[in-house]
Design a protein around this ligand. Structure first.
Ligand SMILES: [Fe+2]
Ligand SMILES: [Fe+2]
Length: 146
């Protein structure tokens, strides 16, 4: 893995790409791809922390992850609104909790503290609960609209 965060930087560019014009099927595929990318970013970040990469490098990786998470949540929420998904409000609230946790991790790391366990737990909740349950529930509903 490159120690400059370049790969994940490109990932944010992709996530931030214009999605407004995308048809629903493409949006759903993009959401799936972004879930895979999030898991890959988790692996990269945990490896970087484990191998004690430079502080500035890890800071950049955490920031890129934070921005990727933000764009991903926006894409999901816009797509849910488009589909008139009736669980949008509670889904947004879950995203809000992850956003607060992500900001807390960034602040903690900038303060010179170890965030390995925080990152690990963040992804246990995100991948183990949110993506596999809340996101999956929406994706199944949205696929009925195709
Ligand atoms: Fe998601
Ligand atoms: Fe979500």
């Amino acid at each position: 893995m490159a120690e400059d965060g370049q790969a994940t930087g490109e990932a944010v560019g992709e996530a931030a790409g214009e999605a407004k014009e995308l048809p629903l099927a493409d949006r759903l595929r993009k959401i799936d791809r972004e879930h895979e990318m999030l898991l890959s970013m988790q692996d990269q970040l945990l490896t970087a922390l484990n191998q004690h990469f430079r502080q500035k490098t890890i800071e950049k990786m955490i920031h890129i992850l934070k921005m990727y998470v933000r764009f991903h949540f926006e894409l999901e929420e816009q797509t849910m609104a488009l589909c008139q998904y009736d669980r949008l409000c509670e889904h947004k609230a879950e995203h809000g909790e992850f956003w607060v946790a992500m900001q807390a991790i960034e602040t903690k790391f900038k303060g010179g503290r170890d965030v390995y366990e925080d990152i690990r737990k963040f992804f246990v909740r995100l991948a183990g609960h949110h993506i596999s349950q809340s996101d999956e529930m929406f994706l199944q509903y949205a696929r009925t609209l195709l």
